[in-house]
Design a protein around this ligand. Structure first.
Ligand SMILES: Nc1ncnc2c1ncn2[C@@H]1O[C@H](COP(=O)(O)OP(=O)(O)OP(=O)(O)O)[C@@H](O)[C@H]1O
Ligand SMILES: [Mg+2]
Length: 280
């Protein structure tokens, strides 16, 4: 599968050359929404720019560390249930303990990454293979994918190049996109299909796309989705896509979304294949 970089200006309706259907195309890098505007988009939560600037890192920590902690608690509860059975199922208990360990390590790695970022340390990079990166993000998101009864498809191509990147940060980026896609389709009666694909649209770029068959992005939300604190969900923090955008830019890349309202959204991460300054 090939998907060219999206190129329409922020929030415009661009007519797709292939089928003539108008789609929303939004590039996070060209999203000019300020924090204050995005915050005002959330009814009843207006705040000053200064307050929002202070809240943003705190919200990012709560968002990113909250995920593994929630998962860790669920695995601990499951482990106790297996242990408290009249005949404990030790194999299940062992698996729960392994999952607890893995989520605890993930939370720890995320905290290290945030500390390094606050200390303005250069991003630690390593050589990453795309299938392993995608599969690690899917493994973390698996409980949400399964509970929402989403049909998962992978299209990773046999000859993808490796990239130099921060495994934890890119993994979290993909987890945020996958969870958003899953949440967008959850409860939907019609087709719930999540596709994660990767390709090399040109010799210098690697693209990873997360597509869903949910309701898509509402035109009135289009300019705000990458802004911190913008959410249309009752329990959302509105930090997932803002964090994705920061992670993409920290890798010298960018993130964009293409959506056909009523028929799903495709978020695409574009990463340069040549190492940028600041890599370790
Ligand atoms: N796949 C998607 N389909 C439709 N709308 C989406 C999708 N992904 C994101 N959005 C829209 O963008 C908004 C912002 O997403 P973002 O991930 O930043 O925050 P959130 O999911 O609302 O909350 P959280 O901070 O807990 O992730 C969402 O509330 C939703 O309106
Ligand atoms: Mg989200």
């Amino acid at each position: 599968m090939t998907h060219a970089p999206f190129e329409a200006p922020v929030g415009t309706q661009a007519v797709d050359a292939k089928d003539g259907v108008p789609r929303l195309k939004i590039d996070a890098g060209r999203c000019r929404q300020t924090l204050a505007i995005s915050r005002r988009a959330r009814p009843g939560q207006a705040g000053s720019d200064r307050a929002i600037a202070t809240e943003e890192p705190t919200a990012a920590i709560a968002h990113e560390v909250g995920q593994p902690l929630t998962a860790l608690l669920l695995h601990a509860e499951a482990g106790l249930r297996w242990l408290n059975r009249p005949t404990p199922v030790l194999e299940e208990v062992r698996q729960s303990l392994e999952a607890i360990l893995s989520e605890g390590r993930r939370a720890n790695e995320i905290l290290k990454l945030i500390r390094a970022s606050l200390a303005r340390a250069p991003l630690r990079r390593e050589t990453l293979t795309i299938p392993a990166l995608v599969e690690s993000a899917i493994a973390i998101s698996r409980p949400a994918i399964t509970s929402s009864e989403v049909d998962l498809h992978l299209d990773l191509g046999p000859t993808l190049p490796t990239i130099r990147g921060n495994a934890v940060q890119l993994q979290q980026l993909l987890v945020n996109l996958i969870l958003n896609a899953t949440q967008a389709m959850s409860g939907q009666k019609t087709c719930r299909r999540l596709t994660v694909s990767a390709c090399q649209p040109d010799p210098d770029t690697l693209a990873i796309a997360v597509s869903d068959t949910g309701p898509g992005i509402a035109p009135e939300s289009a300019e705000c989705v990458f802004a911190p604190f913008f959410t249309t969900k009752r329990d959302g923090m509105g930090m997932g896509l803002a964090i994705c955008r920061m992670a993409a830019e920290a890798h010298g890349g960018r993130i964009a979304v293409e959506s056909l309202p009523g028929a799903g959204a495709t978020f695409q991460l574009l990463l340069p294949l040549c190492a940028k300054a600041g890599s370790v």
